[in-house]
Design a protein around this ligand. Structure first.
Ligand SMILES: [Zn+2]
Length: 569
């Protein structure tokens, strides 16, 4: 293609309000523009990259399944069938047609694919792996700058149907391997973590994480044994604490003005690690107390997974006062009955602890957890912190930020049961197929690639994803010989199947070099009058910055060699 036919609106300066590197660079290099928060235009180069990414995903997915295209707009009835018309809440975009029929804009497609699975009728047709590339809509409360969290985005989603759990294990493993190949080919370094399955239901899920400061996820990793887990799910080992004896019973003391763990620690010689933190939660409308060590934080997802509660929130001030008779600064669970009390494992066998007395301005000391509390459930509820010990090998844990680039779930029977999908089994009995679902965000993958492949001068696309493999830069379009030579090199490359871009714009050389670096095409062939006087052109590799002078005839073979080396096998 000719640069003059393309629209590549590069910018001299970084766009305002673009924080993440990929956002800044993709806007500057003329790949994307924001329409409104969470919605992006893909300009011609952005679209070419998207097509490349989809191409890689399609090739790998076609090795294990087959492609569909399902509507983005769905009838309400499908979502009511699974209860998700309700539970998806405000994240689901809803609209009405002229007949006032309720519709949803698909945020995911379990309902639609499962409704089609009613056409399956025998185990002989299984396994099936069905996938698509489709626009998803999610009414994110806080669409972030850039392509990582959008309200409208493309997803490769797939769904597997198997006759039994062993079959599901195979489909899941096939996806895991396909995803590994996809991320390798896209140049996205990734590792997997066990993840909470959230509202999808089911019992096994893996997230593919790409380490990046732009990521929204925090992952706990151990460099010793390779342990890796989402912060929501991670656990750690704590050193055993030996407390002094508590005495016969807790004693109450006045703590006027104390509102927090820190206040009590500072004014009453009660270190946070010797306090019991009492959190009041409403779990699906049920007041519940959650107890943690004063210096620990609750991992809310652990509470969610433990209880299966859908609607989880902190109790409001008046709800707390009605239930416990005090404000949030003086809460405790000693002597409390009538509510579920969930206690974090780190409090087991602790003695001589401090906690609120359920009386404003008073606390208790000398609390013995085993003697004075009536826990309903002991569980690991706390969030891991940097430096704590690995649960597997005891080395120090690290917290890093990461982009979740893929997610694979074992869904189980939920959807096939709700839709009444049944096939005849080997002994003629009717069975529900067991399902899995799997997703990769296409534009998010683009963001991750850029986060991992750039430098000060701009984007550095891996060859397989680059919008073009090579840009042929005509340094002086006014010069006939330069123009003829660059055109003939370009024509030759195109004729031999190389994706080439010809920079034929009437601009000065400096601007052309800068733009070529910014848009990140892997190879640049520069044709100028000075070089041609020596019978030479220059070939530059964008990633390494290496340049070499070549005779015109050497260009195709030298380029082919470099391209072969650059392909990720
Ligand atoms: Zn470890």
């Amino acid at each position: 293609m000719r640069w003059s036919h393309l629209h590549i609106p590069t910018l001299h300066a970084d766009p305002a309000q673009a924080e993440a590197i990929h956002h800044r660079l993709l806007v500057r290099a003329g790949f994307i523009r924001q329409l409104m928060a969470g919605h992006y235009m893909l300009l011609p180069l952005g679209l070419l990259v998207r097509r490349k990414i989809i191409g890689v995903m399609r090739e790998e997915m076609n090795r294990i399944g087959c492609e569909f295209l399902m509507p983005a707009m769905h009838p309400k009835e499908l979502w009511e069938r699974t209860g998700r018309w309700e539970t998806m809440g405000e994240e689901l975009f809803r609209l009405q047609d002229r007949r006032k029929a309720d519709l949803a804009l698909g945020m995911t497609h379990e309902e639609v694919f499962t409704s089609h699975a009613l056409e399956l009728n025998s185990y002989r047709q299984l396994p099936q792996i069905w996938y698509q590339f489709q626009t998803k809509f999610r009414d994110e409360p806080r669409p972030r700058s850039g392509l990582i969290r959008c309200r409208e985005f493309t997803m490769k989603d797939s769904y597997s149907f198997d006759i039994d759990i062993e079959g599901l294990d195979v489909s899941f493993e096939r996806h895991r391997q396909a995803y590994e190949r996809i991320f390798t080919r896209l140049g996205i370094p990734s590792f997997t973590v066990n993840a909470s399955s959230g509202t999808m239901g089911g019992n096994a899920s893996l997230e593919f994480m790409c380490p990046s400061d732009a990521g929204e996820d925090v992952v706990v990793i151990c460099r010793g044994c390779g342990y890796a887990a989402n912060l929501e799910m991670a656990s750690s080992r704590l050193p055993t604490v030996i407390d002094p004896e508590s005495g016969d019973a807790p004693h109450m003391f006045a703590t006027p003005g104390v509102r927090s763990i820190d206040d009590l620690a500072r004014d009453y010689e009660a270190p946070a690690s010797q306090q019991i933190k009492t959190l009041a939660y409403m779990l699906d409308g049920q007041m519940t107390l959650v107890l943690l060590r004063g210096d620990h934080n609750l991992a809310e997802q652990k509470l969610r997974d433990l209880t299966g509660a859908v609607d989880i929130r902190s109790a409001a001030g008046d709800e707390i006062r009605t239930a416990l008779g005090a404000g949030p600064g003086s809460l405790g669970a000693v002597g409390v009955r009538g509510f579920p009390i969930f206690v974090d494992e780190a409090l087991r066998d602790r003695r001589n602890m401090f906690t609120g007395a359920n009386r404003d301005g008073f606390h208790l000391g000398g609390v013995d957890v085993a003697r004075d509390l009536r826990p309903s459930v002991w569980a690991d509820l706390r969030e891991v912190a940097t430096g704590e010990e690995c649960p597997q090998c005891g080395r120090s844990l690290k917290l890093i930020r990461a982009i979740e680039v893929g997610h694979i779930f074992k869904l189980g029977y939920t959807y096939s049961e709700k839709f009444g999908v049944r096939v005849s089994g080997p002994r003629d009995e009717l069975v529900h197929p067991i399902m899995g679902c799997y997703g990769i965000g296409v534009e998010r993958a683009m963001a991750a690639i850029v986060e991992c492949h750039h430098d000060e001068a701009g984007l550095v696309w891996p060859l397989e994803i680059a919008p073009f493999s090579v840009v042929v830069t005509n340094l002086n379009p006014m010069d006939t010989r330069t123009t003829e030579t660059s055109e003939s090199i370009y024509d030759h490359l195109v004729a031999t199947g190389v994706e080439a871009l010809l920079d034929d714009r009437p601009l000065r050389a400096g601007a052309k070099f800068k733009d070529a670096d910014l848009i990140g095409i892997p190879f640049v062939v520069t044709v100028g009058p000075r070089g041609l006087a020596q019978g030479e052109v220059e070939l530059k590799s964008r990633a390494s910055g290496e340049t070499r002078a070549l005779s015109i005839g050497e260009v195709p073979s030298a380029l082919k060699r470099l391209m072969n080396m650059a392909v990720i096998q």
